[in-house]
Design a protein around this ligand. Structure first.
Ligand code: PLP
Length: 435
């Protein structure tokens, strides 16, 4: 695979180059120039193929000759010491649990793969990973890169907009992990990161690398669990499933669309959002109008300007009607989110976090529509319910168990630097600390 920005489509770069620079020199996102046909590889997958082996095989197919089979094996082994789990709820709905990694959210998959790739490809140089996070990204990235030689991680998170547990996960590692508490919104954090990558002085002095879902090294491995899910159930291999994706910045959904482009058999995708509904609005009326994000219970999805929309649009060559045939959508407010959590508990005995609950509600509505009575819907469960214990308790009356690895981090002291939402502040900090 090669990658190029929208403004310079005839100037493609390698996987390695796209991985380390994060954004193209013109400030644009890297978009795949072409999509390989993996349908033969995909047809050969079944229950006997482990997630790690699938990841290695697909990586080798995507990134050859830059990453050969042996390197792909090393990367997959280092990255994926955990795997997704597919749980059937009833005849039509399945949960794809993506929260069995170190920080109990799906972002562990992308972050760990990215860290393993950078480790594989970093030939003794030093680099700084710069990340804006609305909650889960930062902790996944921090844990994935923690204690790796020659790598510093700088996290920007919006002050007061992440949960207490998320903040602990972001700020307690120390060492090569530096947390910046920005006095602004997630969109401010994202804007600052983009501005830093464009800043000439910073680019000349530091080797900045992004680890947001804008980095293709994080985005592409998220396609692996879609492929894995389809291979895990004979029903899903015979009957094309719908994937219902709780979405904010739309990295997860974009990764699913990539898997579809490579030949994954799928009926379509359901984009599930909270009231930050820029993409559902686009699907309805064909106009993309970003706006300030609004605060909700599913806070990792509070994104007013979804960064990956440009990539979705590219896949359909800007054709709104074409996108609408593959991507359906649903919008869920906080009240419905709580209700959905309650219903999931009462009907199936499962506790889901508020992000997953948004997906469950959209899947439920979709199935209720008459013509699709026999649809198979795989809902991506994006976070462990224990990470949102208060909301789970409020919705269901049940106290979810917190995984041991999260209990431990709650007791550690917070280490962070407070910062104004301005490039000058970030730039000074970076130059003083790392130049
Ligand atoms: C990040 C996140 C999402 C949204 O994923 P995108 O790829 O940004 O659309 C959903 N749920 C949880 C728990 C998350 O952390």
């Amino acid at each position: 695979m090669k990658f190029a920005s929208r403004l310079h489509p005839h100037d493609p770069v390698s996987f390695r180059e796209a991985l380390f620079s994060g954004l193209a020199p013109d400030g644009g996102l890297y978009l795949p120039v072409d999509h390989p046909d993996l349908s033969t590889l995909i047809a050969g997958l079944d229950e006997s193929v482990t997630f790690g082996d699938l990841a290695a095989a697909v990586s080798a197919a995507l990134f050859a000759p830059e990453i050969d089979a042996a390197a792909a094996q090393r990367i997959a082994r280092r990255a994926f010491f955990f795997a997704p789990r597919l749980v059937r709820l009833d005849g039509r709905m399945l949960l794809l649990e993506l929260f069995h990694g170190p920080t109990c959210a799906f972002k562990d998959f992308g972050a760990n793969f990215l860290a393993a790739c950078i480790e594989e490809l970093l030939a003794g140089e030093r680099c700084q990973i710069l990340v804006a996070t609305s909650g889960d990204t930062g902790s996944a990235v921090a844990h994935a890169f923690y204690n790796r030689a020659n790598i510093d991680v700088i996290l920007l998170y919006p002050s007061g907009r992440v949960s207490a547990l998320q903040e602990q996960q972001l700020t307690t590692l120390g060492g090569n992990v530096h947390a910046l508490e920005v006095r602004g919104s997630f969109d401010d954090c994202q804007r600052l990161v983009k501005a830093a990558f464009r800043d000439r002085r910073l680019r000349a002095t530091l080797r900045l690398t992004s680890a947001n879902s804008i980095n293709i090294g994080r985005l592409l491995p998220q396609s692996f669990y879609y492929l894995h899910a389809v291979s895990q159930h004979s029903t899903l291999r015979q009957k094309r499933p719908w994937f219902c994706v709780p979405s904010g910045n739309f990295g997860n959904l974009t990764a699913g669309l990539y898997a579809w482009h490579w030949g994954m058999p799928v009926a379509g995708f359901l984009a599930a959002t909270n009231i930050n509904d820029v993409v559902p609005d686009y699907l309805k009326c064909g106009v993309f109008s970003p706006r300030p994000s609004r605060h909700t219970l599913s806070n990792a999805m509070d994104v007013g300007h979804p960064g990956n929309f440009e990539r979705m649009e590219q896949l359909f060559a800007g054709d709104w009607r074409a996108m609408k045939t593959v991507v359906k959508s649903g919008v869920v407010n906080d009240e419905r989110t709580l209700w959905s959590m309650n219903q999931m508990h009462r009907r199936f005995g499962v506790l889901v976090d508020p992000h997953t609950a948004v997906g469950c509600a959209v899947a439920e509505d979709f199935i209720e529509e008459k013509p699709r009575r026999d649809a198979q819907v795989v809902i991506l469960a994006t976070a462990h319910p224990g990470k949102f214990a208060e909301t789970v308790k409020r919705a269901t009356g049940e106290e979810p168990e917190l995984p041991e690895r999260l209990v431990r981090c709650l007791a550690l002291p917070k280490q962070s630097v407070s910062m104004a939402p301005e490039l000058a502040a970030l730039s000074n900090y970076l130059l003083e600390t790392f130049a």
